[in-house]
Design a protein around this ligand. Structure first.
Ligand code: PEP
Length: 252
């Protein structure tokens, strides 16, 4: 049985005081729900303050990125060891990192390895761009992203995959539940090919892309979809709480 996950990617939003306010608005309601992993991923600068606020609760903390070296002369970067002290999860390979910061498959692979070495749980994002989708290349793209991101990694027990079609992120134009389920099923088959059937059955695969409280059930009801990576709607406490609550009811 895969435990569902709802992860909130706050992206480059909220000051420290805004982050504290947002967590205070949802902490107790989220804490009550125990059959879903609830992960919030604020900006780096708020991790310590948010970590203090959720200490002792069932809410988990994640970062949005990391650098793959452990320490040294990498001005401005944050290492896996620094994060391992603060949080449990880390988003890696988000399409915004690929697009705006030129993250390649090799860089993402280095980051996944570094996260696992430090005991962090990566949420690995993959997904096709609009032109790739329109050219019928979705399967080819996610296959290649999966292969390059996971090269040389021989265990996936703490890894979560998020299928996020780039054309659906922040656009308000979500995939349909069936579309997402089909691609996620394909990704699971690929994990079985790269590893084995048991690992593929155990790995959690999320959908991400314009998920809201209004459309979340369409995704969560799909058998292959184990939860969601939520951007915009995770910045609104009532929306995020409703998504978690629906997930709890659907997947019980
Ligand atoms: C995301 O940031 O991963 C995301 C899916 O964003 P949104 O929900 O806003 O589309």
């Amino acid at each position: 049985m895969r435990v569902p996950i709802i992860a909130g990617n706050w992206k480059m939003n909220t000051t420290v005081s805004e982050a504290i306010k947002l967590v205070n608005e949802m902490r107790s309601r989220l804490d009550e729900i125990t059959n879903v992993d609830k992960v919030i991923c604020p900006p780096f600068v708020s991790l310590a303050a948010v970590g203090e606020l959720i200490k002792g609760s069932s809410i988990k903390l994640g970062a949005q990125n990391l650098y793959f070296e452990e320490k040294g002369a990498y001005t401005g970067e944050i290492s896996p060891l620094m994060l391992a002290d603060l949080c449990e999860f880390v988003i890696i390979g988000h399409s915004e990192r690929r697009q705006y910061f030129n993250e390649t498959g090799e860089i993402i692979n280095n980051k996944v390895r570094a996260a696992l070495r430090a005991g962090l749980k990566p949420i690995l994002c993959i997904g096709e761009r609009l032109e790739e989708n329109e050219a019928g290349r979705t399967k080819e793209v996610v296959t290649e992203q999966l292969r390059s991101s996971l090269a040389g990694i021989d265990y996936l027990s703490s890894l979560t995959i998020a299928y996020e079609p780039v054309w659906a992120i922040g656009t308000g134009k979500a995939a349909t539940g069936e579309q997402a389920n089909e691609t996620i099923s394909f990704i699971r088959h690929n994990v079985a090919k790269l590893y084995d059937k048991e690992i593929a059955q155990d790995v959690r695969i999320l959908y991400g892309g314009s998920v809201t409280a209004e459309n979340a059930a369409e995704f969560i009801n799909q058998p292959e979809i184990d939860g969601a990576l939520v951007g915009g709607a995770s910045l609104k406490a009532p929306q995020f709480m409703r998504i978690v609550k629906q997930t709890s009811e659907i997947k019980q």
